[in-house]
Design a binder for this molecule. Structure first.
Ligand SMILES: [Zn+2]
Length: 509
């Protein structure tokens, strides 16, 4: 059997000004990987493609690798980039007997709110009988178009996403078992009118921890795949929010009941999905106190309003300015996206003293506030090509490309400045730039939840700091125009705690 494998992965923050063009999908290469180069790059890595390649190989399939296009989260994808990727995948579809697709599930383009649904619809239209299997991110905003145009669909159980490979393996095994006549997958999809804050979606925490554990229990007992999707709220599209997809072996009613069980629990515990931010000065006071407490390891200052892996500009300066004003000492910062500052530092050379206008450069018209550049004078400590091998469970084995990078030392504060957006979840991002994170008093990270995979084990304390950015946890800072209404917590005034999902929808309409 000839099986096609391809990836089109993007989480779109429709409030983000960061451009999503083909270059962003290419990861610093002239174009996205495909063919043998993609196979060699992703084989044996902790990625969805790695999982698909493993199972397809085990099942003796003849693999035809199409495009492997993944862009860090940002604004709506440019139409030409989207069409380029879609055409590659629809062309691949004509050459194979089955398709294994890595999609994110919250991709919006300039033209389409549901990028994945549109891709799957096109493939189905061209090849109505082609079996299609899809692996999705937990932050997928799943749509009926997606579900009705594929045969097997599964999402992650962990956030941070340390189970990308095993999710793809689960989906692919169902897919091959079906094609070998060993099961008859039936799929049910249902949604709840909720937009959980990303800061409350981690699977170390109640209630998503319990929801994912229950999904796994159901998979182990009576279902083939059970996926609870927290959704991605920074997407002002109709279908943003929570959903569940359950696959059983031929039992439609059971699939529906299991999806409802998860959604009812999520709905009942909806207030726990709401994040309460505190004032920045209060957070920095707590950081200083935490440093004085017993225990070893750095205190993490989490600049979570400006998180790359949710579409942040990675250049807002409010938290760094507050760290400097608070006179915190021995801080390593990861990081700032500012290619101009990197260029200036490269021109000056290692050891030179430079004055840079750091960050605050990308306009954020979706917000009422705008970050400003921070004028800093310091020493160019290091210059790097910005590449390192990931070592943590998320994307282990893949080379991460930060682009040309430099470290600016301002007193005892070392700031990583990079030219390609990446999320700091692997401590290697510091080590690649000559900093040992375990030896510092404070680490300032532009991250929300993914930092936990590599930094939580070494941290003495974690202080969440509300700065400025398009990943704000304050929905009042954003204007939602297209998301389905009513939706919690945007519309919650009249609903009591015991209001059911259906009552809530009826109450508000
Ligand atoms: Zn995600």
């Amino acid at each position: 059997m000839k099986v096609g494998i391809a990836m089109m992965s993007h989480e779109t923050n429709t409030f983000s000004p960061v451009i999503t063009d083909l270059d962003r999908f290419s990861g610093g290469r002239p174009e996205p990987l495909s063919g043998e180069a993609a196979l060699e790059t992703y084989r044996n890595t902790a990625s969805c493609l790695g999982g698909f390649i493993k199972v397809a190989t085990e099942r003796g399939a003849d693999i035809v690798h199409g495009i492997a296009a993944a862009a860090a989260p940002s604004g709506r994808a440019e139409n030409d980039a989207y069409e380029y990727i879609c055409e590659n995948i629809t062309t691949l579809s004509a050459r194979v007997d089955g398709l294994l697709l890595v999609l994110h599930g919250a991709m919006a383009t300039r033209k389409y709110d549901d990028g994945e649904g549109e891709l799957l619809r096109r493939i189905r239209q061209l090849h109505p009988d082609l079996p299609i299997c899809v692996a999705l991110d937990m932050h997928a905003n799943v749509t009926s178009t997606m579900v009705s145009n594929c045969d097997v669909l599964a999402g992650y159980h962990s956030y941070p996403h340390i189970d990308m490979d095993s999710t793809a393996e689960r989906a692919a095994n169902i897919f091959f078992n079906w094609l070998e006549g060993k099961c008859k997958p039936v799929m049910k999809w249902a949604t709840a009118p909720m937009l959980p804050h990303v800061m409350r979606q981690g699977t170390d925490d109640f209630p998503n921890k319990q929801l994912q554990q229950r999904a796994i229990e159901l998979e182990d007992s009576s279902c083939l795949a059970v996926s609870f999707f927290t959704g991605f709220p920074h997407a002002d599209i109709h279908d943003a929010g929570v959903s569940a997809v359950v696959i059983t072996d031929g039992d439609q009613d059971h699939a529906k009941n299991c999806a409802d069980e998860l959604l009812d629990f999520a709905w009942q515990e909806r207030s726990h999905f709401v994040y309460q931010a505190e004032e920045l000065p209060v957070s920095l006071d707590r950081a200083r106190q935490a440093r004085e407490n017993e225990g070893s390891g750095p205190v993490i200052i989490l600049d979570h309003y400006d998180n790359t892996a949710s579409g942040g500009t990675m250049d807002t300066t409010e938290v760094l300015a507050a760290v400097i004003n608070a006179k915190l000492e021995d801080v390593a910062v990861f990081g700032f996206y500012d290619p101009d500052a990197v260029e200036q530092m490269i021109r000056a050379g290692v050891g030179a003293t430079v004055t840079v206008e750091l960050g605050g450069k990308l306009p954020m018209p979706a917000l009422d506030t705008q970050s400003k550049p921070l004028k800093l004078t310091g020493e160019v400590k290091l210059i790097s090509n910005g590449k390192f091998k990931a070592r943590v469970a998320m994307s282990r084995g893949l080379t991460i490309n930060m682009g040309l990078s430099a470290v600016l030392s301002v007193g005892t504060i070392d700031i990583a400045i990079i030219s390609r957006h990446i999320e700091p979840y692997d401590p290697e991002c510091f080590r690649a730039l000559g900093m040992e994170p375990t030896q510092r008093s404070y680490l300032m990270l532009k991250s929300r939840i993914h930092y936990r995979v590599g930094f939580k084990p070494i941290a003495k304390a974690i202080i969440e700091c509300a700065g400025c950015g398009v990943c704000t946890s304050d929905y009042n800072q954003l204007v939602f125009e297209s998301v389905r209404r009513p939706i919690y917590p945007l519309d919650h005034a009249e609903s009591g705690h015991n209001t059911s999902r259906d009552e809530f929808i009826n109450l508000q309409s």
